[in-house]
Design a protein around this ligand. Structure first.
Ligand SMILES: [Zn+2]
Length: 76
């Protein structure tokens, strides 16, 4: 099975901000293998499709990453 991987290169901000918010590439949901649902049973034992709790039925996920930049602590 192929997997989508993304590498982040971090570089300290050139603007006066200590927080960055990055959105990564859309990837297949690995929890449901991209199907978006699982088989389940309802109260009458009928097979029903339950949406994946991770991707909410889309079969895809996207990382949203918040980065906080801090000054280096100076040891005395
Ligand atoms: Zn999923």
């Amino acid at each position: 099975m192929s997997k989508t991987k993304q590498v982040l290169e971090l570089s300290s901000p050139s603007m006066k901000t200590k927080h960055e918010r990055l959105t990564g590439l859309v990837q297949q949901c690995n929890y449901c293998c991209g199907y978006g649902w699982f088989w389940s049973r309802d109260g009458a034992y009928n097979s029903v499709k339950e949406p994946c709790p991770m991707c909410e039925g889309t079969g895809k996920m996207q990382p949203v990453i918040t980065i906080e930049w801090k000054p280096v602590c100076q040891d005395k």
